[in-house]
Write a protein that binds this ligand. Structure first.
Ligand code: NAD
Ligand code: IPM
Ligand code: MN
Length: 359
């Protein structure tokens, strides 16, 4: 297959982890006889420095032309002044919105080899396999913002149509899994959450009567997620709750550096990005965990290119590298972590050993 993949390295560890994932995609292309063309563009702080804008028009145009987008991370102390007029994060929000990527899939599947890295007791983690579907283009992130000297406001707004489409996506995913959807809201306080709950009830009743739906308030959900993570299958929630709950859920897997994501809309093009940020504290040191981005590349093959076998091959290679004890500093005992390049090489070696070779 021919595919154009746009790479947006961004800031901090972004370039380090996207380079790792691109090397894995190149290896996959070679083994399976695909022709992947990679183009690289600016986003975030790097784009602000070069052009003054966090999402240059050339980047958005390239994304619209591409079959899929692989993104590292944006942001960092250099651009974090509260008084700054432009911010790296605006670029990420703008590209998600412009491409209509309303559903952010964040799978959480703790691997046996990293149970020791989780602060949660191992017996609670066995068999955890959950998928958070985070609404990505609405809510408080995108409502009107105001600011004067001593007052500020961020409006949280949702329409029923925005809720319906993401709930449908969650239910469709649940049908291919264990058939259970947990919808997370704050309906005891927020009007948007009451609309969320009503709309979710209706969509499930009318279109997905086979789905087992439960509602959970976000505060107690934050607790249950750690106390009984095995209970959950698909979790669907609004933008900000999903952002927060998934960083929390990364501790089930042992590190933020392990969780991938796919940001999807109704077209084939999606953005594939680790859930973590630019990690300024470790940027430039060559020690970032590349697995979240490599696993995001696997999601890219699955969701944008329909290459299920190749996606699974990457996921198995990462799993085997972890089994073999290939742990970066975020996962290893103090002082014993391997470098980004070593972790990437271990995945490439597993691909070499196990994956199908095109005739
Ligand atoms: P962060 O996710 O960048 O880092 C949190 C902690 O996790 C840090 O200690 C970091 O070293 C560690 N970590 C993250 N990814 C890692 C990896 N792959 N390997 C090893 N350790 C890893 O969150 P933060 O520090 O709150 O934010 C830093 C910047 O990143 C901010 O500017 C924020 O806006 C931005 N950010 C961007 C994205 C994105 O581009 N999608 C996501 C989150 C945060
Ligand atoms: C994420 C990040 C972004 C978000 C920021 C950087 C805009 O935290 O992708 O999880 O909040 O969506
Ligand atoms: Mn986040």
């Amino acid at each position: 297959m021919n595919a154009n993949i746009l790479v947006l390295p961004g800031d901090g560890i972004g370039p380090e982890v996207t380079a790792a994932a691109v090397s894995v995609l190149r290896a996959i292309a070679k083994r399976y006889g695909h022709d992947f063309h990679f183009e690289e563009k600016l986003i975030g702080g790097a784009a602000i420095d070069a052009t003054g804008e966090p999402l240059p028009q050339a980047t958005l145009d390239a994304a619209r032309r591409a079959d899929a987008v692989l993104l590292g991370a944006v942001g960092g102390p250099k651009w974090s002044d509260p008084k700054a007029k432009v911010r790296p994060e605006q670029g990420l929000l703008a590209i998600r919105k412009a491409l209509g990527l309303y559903a952010n899939l964040r799978p959480v599947t703790p691997h046996p080899a990293t149970l020791g890295a989780s602060p949660i007791k191992p017996h609670l983690l066995n068999g955890v396999d959950l998928m958070v579907v985070r609404e990505l283009t609405g809510g408080i992130y995108f409502g009107d913002k105001t600011r004067d000297a001593d007052t500020a406001s961020d409006l949280c707004r949702y329409s029923a149509a925005e809720i319906e489409r993401v709930v449908r996506r969650a239910c469709t995913l649940a049908r291919a899994r264990r058939g259970k959807v947990t919808s997370v809201d704050k309906a005891n306080v927020l009007e948007t959450s009451r609309l969320w709950r009503e709309t979710t009830e209706r969509v499930v009743r009318e279109e997905f009567p086979d789905i087992e739906l439960e509602h959970q308030l976000v505060d107690s959900m934050a607790m249950h997620l750690l106390a009984k993570p095995r209970e959950y299958d698909v979790i669907v929630t609004e933008n900000m709750f999903g952002d927060i709950l998934t960083d929390e859920a990364s501790m089930l897997a042992g590190s933020l550096g392990l969780l991938p994501s796919a940001s999807l809309g109704d077209d084939r093009v999606g953005i594939y990005e680790p859930i973590h940020g630019s990690a300024p504290d470790i940027a430039g040191k060559g020690i970032a965990n590349p697995f979240a981005t490599i696993l995001s590349a696997a999601m890219l093959l699955r969701h944008s290119l329909g290459l299920e076998r190749e996606a699974t091959c990457i996921e198995q290679a990462v799993g085997k590298a972890l089994d073999a004890g290939v742990l970066t500093a975020d996962l290893a005992p103090a002082g014993r972590g391997v470098r980004t390049a070593d972790a990437t090489r271990a995945v490439l070696e597993q691909l070499e050993a196990d994956c199908y070779v095109a005739e």
